[in-house]
Design a protein around this ligand. Sequence first.
Ligand SMILES: Nc1ncnc2c1ncn2[C@@H]1O[C@H](COP(=O)(O)OP(=O)(O)OP(=O)(O)O)[C@@H](O)[C@H]1O
Length: 218
Amino acid sequence: MVIALRNLSKSYETAEGRLEVLRGIDLDLGAGDNVALTGESGSGKSTLLHLVAGLDRPDAGEIVIRGRDISKLDDRGRAAYRRTEVGLVFQQFNLIPSLDVAANIAFHAKLAGRHDPVWENELVERLGVGTLLTRYPEQLSSGQQQRVAIGRTLAARPGLVLADEPTGNLDEANGDAVLDLMLSLSKGTGSTLLMVTHSQKLADRLDRQLHLRSGKIA
Ligand SMILES: Nc1ncnc2c1ncn2[C@@H]1O[C@H](COP(=O)(O)OP(=O)(O)OP(=O)(O)O)[C@@H](O)[C@H]1O
């Protein structure tokens, strides 16, 4: 299994008291699985994605990624996990302002020790950002930034891609192209894709759909 979640729970302290967001999630995803995670606003989709990404820790339960419980790692261990094993496509693009598009796209691949100019060129081509390579993030529209951020993630060939509304800022044509790219990567390399989306149309294109309701997978 690439991802095995066991009895995962997470709550937040709020001014109104304790908010139990995830109440015992069990989930198994294998290599090459591509899965849509849906659910009402506030149902805990981003919370779950953040836990699997090692950005936050659960209250209880296990997050076993390729046989290792990442919730037991210290901050350094989780940072290494994020650098080498996961690709994150989140709504905040977090492009590096001082680097141009080409350098942003190569950045994670270099950090992960998997810099591959041929593959990066192919991504640039498929994402339609070839004319933007010498621009800086602040000189891009939000849709362009989103495509660059996706290129940066996929350039490192992560075995696990976690995406939160990856096509949220894109028009239909660009959104379809990005989804095609993510699915073909998942099928071609056996990488596992877990994607949060509000779009049923998008969810329908993935092999499996999970729906979060009342803190559980329905
Ligand atoms: N750091 C936090 N402190 C307190 N409450 C939080 C925190 N982060 C999230 N929440 C709450 O936890 C619940 C789940 O939030 P989450 O962002 O996971 O939902 P979501 O399903 O991704 O929602 P959306 O579809 O609107 O993005 C929400 O009620 C949210 O207000």
